[in-house]
Ligand binder design. Structure first.
Ligand code: WQD
Length: 338
């Protein structure tokens, strides 16, 4: 049984990846300080997996605590590093917090991996490194240092840190996955997105509005140069995203020698904010009251993925579409106790 450390494994994408790791025969070990998640995620995972995953409540910037947790696990096959803060708006208000945590936790983890001779890393990156791409769909070869927020720049720096570490220690193999817009939930309704406070992301806000927890959705601008005037994104089902992490580990297993590769994780299709709202209403038979507000600072107009490299090289592609994700997002919202 191959043990895989999943930092941030109690988070949205991390918890769904734990499910897929287990399904693929790996033994996931969660390391998470629960700053942006809750212990009840472990209960949801237990309901899905049939047993509670191993868990260490550790801040990944704490080298001593992280080293102790990893040492306690014995032989470890690989690391999937999700642990990071990821709210674009918050990063503008608190850049130091973002640089310290996002870059610091990765640096500490890389040192721990070298120390423990763990040779495989999957790093959670983001399409925000592209900023507003010059050409669409955006490919991995596009300019990737044009982030439009401190959050995005932490991902730019982290990617460079991983590349430098792979150069310095050829025994380390790394895959960096650039997520587009993860949405949806596990079809069981046992785990899903748990935004703290007011959601900054679109789909959880839509779901909470449909559930009557929010009075209305404010659409951030409808004067963009898009067919309906609202921004376009590439919304990917979180289960497809989770499965890509397992594929990345398997792909590295099959490669000899130094490896450091970047892959886009998107559907390759763009949908507007209005299409998401109307799609959510249609697939779930609910109403989502909304009003048009001003543009949101930092928003790019249109971004969606070129998925050829992920398909041709990684051997991964999406199985779910937007409607599946919006259905599962609503199923999860309804399962949440008010
Ligand atoms: C999508 C669109 C908003 C809320 C996210 C993550 C980021 C990264 C990329 C992983 C925008 C509009 C939103 C609302 C709205 N993911 N919107 N009203 O900004 O693309 O970034 O995905 O790394 O971490 O933040 O996603 O869901 O915030 O916004 O109109 O109440 O929906 O303006 O056009 P975004 P989002």
């Amino acid at each position: 049984m191959k043990k895989v450390i999943v930092t941030g494994g109690a988070g949205f994408i991390g918890s769904h990846t734990v499910v897929e790791l287990n399904a693929a025969g790996y033994v996931p070990v969660i390391i998470d300080d629960l700053r942006n998640s809750e212990e009840r995620v472990l209960e949801g995972l237990e309901a899905i997996l049939g047993s509670r995953p191993r868990f260490h409540r550790v801040d990944c910037t704490d080298a001593a605590a992280l080293g102790k947790a990893i040492a306690g696990e014995g032989a470890v096959h690989g690391v999937i590093h999700f642990a990071a803060d990821k709210a674009v708006g918050e990063s503008v208000e608190h850049p130091a917090k973002y640089y310290r945590n996002n870059i610091g936790s990765l640096a500490v983890m890389l040192e721990a991996m070298i120390d423990r001779r763990i040779g495989q890393l999957v790093f959670s990156s983001s399409c925000t490194v592209y900023g507003q791409p010059a050409a669409l769909p955006v490919a991995e070869t596009a300019s990737d240092r044009d982030a439009s927020s401190p959050y995005g720049y932490t991902k730019v720096v982290c990617e460079q840190l991983v590349r430098d570490q792979c150069q310095a220690a050829p025994s380390l193999k790394a895959v960096m996955l650039r997520y587009f817009n993860p949405i949806g939930a596990h079809p069981s309704g046992r785990i899903g997105e748990l935004p703290r406070g007011v959601p900054s992301n679109l789909v959880p806000f839509v779901a909470q509005t449909a559930a009557g927890l929010r009075a209305q959705l404010l659409i951030n601008g409808d004067d963009y140069a898009t067919p309906d005037g609202t921004c376009i994104r590439d919304y990917i089902h979180v289960m497809d995203l989770a499965r890509a992490h397992v594929r990345a580990l398997q792909w590295m297993d099959g490669r000899a020698g130094s490896t450091c590769e970047v892959f886009n994780l998107g559907t390759g299709r763009g949908n507007s904010v209005m299409e998401v709202v109307k799609g959510f209403e249609d697939v779930n038979g609910v109403k989502v009251p909304y009003a048009i507000g001003p543009r949101r600072a930092g928003d790019v107009e249109v971004v969606y993925a070129d998925t050829r490299k992920s398909h041709d090289v990684l051997g991964w592609s999406c199985h779910h579409d937007l409607r599946d994700a919006l259905r599962d997002a609503w199923n999860w919202q309804r399962s949440l106790k008010p």
